[in-house]
Design a protein around this ligand. Structure first.
Ligand SMILES: Cc1cc2nc3c(=O)[nH]c(=O)nc-3n(C[C@H](O)[C@H](O)[C@H](O)COP(=O)(O)OP(=O)(O)OC[C@H]3O[C@@H](n4cnc5c(N)ncnc54)[C@H](O)[C@@H]3O)c2cc1C
Length: 396
């Protein structure tokens, strides 16, 4: 107990001394540092924060030191996360490698794959993208058709992936491919690590209605991938995908206000309620209070789950609810703010709108994307119904 208290005090002191004050505010839009070989920083504080956290090994605090991690145990990692959140520190970078494929390689990768890929991820030097969704396979991910056919020491990959976040800025992709056309839908899938610089890989950015997008479609035209880049065994892809999606959903359920460009919910809500028509003020305040209480209850549940998990209890059912609950709560908070601001919240650009309300409109739309990415809310409910509650399969 004393040890963890001392650890907490030392983390707090280190963060106070090393996190520049400007890195304790939500990042402005477009100011997120994306890990990778083409790292860019918007300002010196951002670089300093990145470099200091990297030297601590705190990009991947619970990974072993030999792979560039911080070597912290689960309780220490939780203390670090709590202190980062308490001080409202920004995530020093956006790194799908650490959040998703890294933990999968730690558990299922070969020694060679771990030694080759984990240190670069942990230092933020290599960007990874996720090649799961395809034009014909989203929620029904196991329906994917991108093929990898064995040819000596290589697989030859043909097909396409879609909605691949930051593919055009990524160095590597972890991809689900079909290696056995005759096996069942799930059994014929494998996971490959694909160098995005390989001959035959091309990416096309997808433009969205907002004019901005991090989405790409990726095409594979006879791309040769060494067999050594197969994760696990042939046919393990579905099992690995489920493990990876659990890491993805866990990472998403931890996204706090300090990590997404946006507005301070309570701050803006208080001001909007104060400016509202006196007749509707009480009703509006009720909605804000409900959101704040839900958020607080969620944080307490995270704490409780962590404690129970640390004490050896099975918390998998609770953990399975987090991504759904958190992304839906986030959506409700932005919907509440938009309702409070009324027609002023509908501005997209141009004169007559405050900077804050323009951010709100974007963030409100953005909140919907979290209920889709990593598996939609409907799919999360299906999973909870079947796997946690044991309800009969309705065939959906
Ligand atoms: C911000 C963001 C980032 C993303 N990044 C990536 C990425 O990096 N890599 C990647 O591979 N993919 C990525 N995706 C894609 C994402 O995984 C898919 O959009 C998602 O899985 C849904 O698939 P879909 O878009 O094909 O929708 P569909 O599967 O066509 O679903 C359409 C609608 O039907 C509903 N629905 C479908 N099936 C059922 C069912 N059985 N029961 C009830 N309702 C159902 C869905 O909930 C949804 O509302 C990203 C998506 C977003 C929004």
């Amino acid at each position: 107990m004393k040890e963890i208290k001392d650890f907490k005090a030392s983390v707090r002191a280190w963060l106070e001394a090393n996190c520049p004050p400007s890195m304790r505010t939500p990042p402005p839009e477009g100011e997120m540092v994306l890990a990778g070989s083409r790292l860019t920083f918007s300002n010196p504080d951002q670089r300093l924060w990145f470099e200091r956290m990297r030297e601590q090994g705190w990009f991947a605090p619970d990974w072993p030191r030999e792979y560039g991690g911080g070597g912290l145990d689960a309780r220490q990692t939780r203390v670090l996360e709590t202190e980062l959140s308490r001080l409202k520190c920004r995530a020093p970078m956006f790194n799908l490698g650490i959040w998703m494929i890294g933990p999968v390689l730690l558990e299922f990768g070969s020694d060679e794959q771990k030694a080759r890929h984990l240190p670069g991820m942990a230092r933020g030097e290599v960007a990874w993208c996720q090649g799961f969704s395809e034009p014909g396979a989203g929620s029904d991910l196991a329906g994917l058709s991108c093929r990898a056919e064995r040819d000596g020491d290589h697989y030859v990959v043909n097909g396409s992936k879609i909605w691949t976040s930051y593919a055009d800025r990524s160095d590597w992709m972890y991809a689900l491919v079909r290696t056995d056309m005759s096996a069942g839908k799930h059994a014929g899938i494998s996971m490959l690590l694909i160098d995005m610089a390989s001959a035959g890989v091309s990416t096309r950015p997808i433009e969205l209605i907002s004019g901005k997008s991090h989405f790409c479609q990726v095409f594979f035209d006879n791309v040769r991938v060494p067999v050594a880049n197969l994760v696990g065994a042939e046919g393990d892809g579905w099992m690995l995908a489920k493990a990876l999606l659990a890491h993805e959903r866990r990472a998403m359920s931890k996204f706090g206000d300090n990590n997404v460009p946006g507005v301070d919910f309570l701050d803006l809500a208080r001001r909007l309620v104060a400016e509202a028509d006196p007749d509707s003020r009480a009703a509006l305040a009720d909605r804000v209070a409900a959101c704040a209480m839900d958020e607080h209850a969620y944080k307490l549940t995270l704490e409780r789950t962590h404690e129970a998990g640390g004490a050896g209890q099975d918390v998998s059912a609770l953990v399975a609810t987090f991504k759904y609950v958190h992304s839906e709560q986030n959506k409700t908070r932005y919907r509440t703010l938009t309702a409070l601001a009324g027609t002023d919240a509908l501005g997209w650009e141009g004169e007559g709108y405050s900077e804050e309300l323009l951010k709100l409109a974007r963030q409100w739309l953005n909140a919907y994307t979290y209920t889709v990415a990593g598996g939609t809310s409907e799919i999360q409910l299906n999973i909870l119904a079947r796997r946690v509650l044991g309800l009969p399969d309705s065939g959906g």
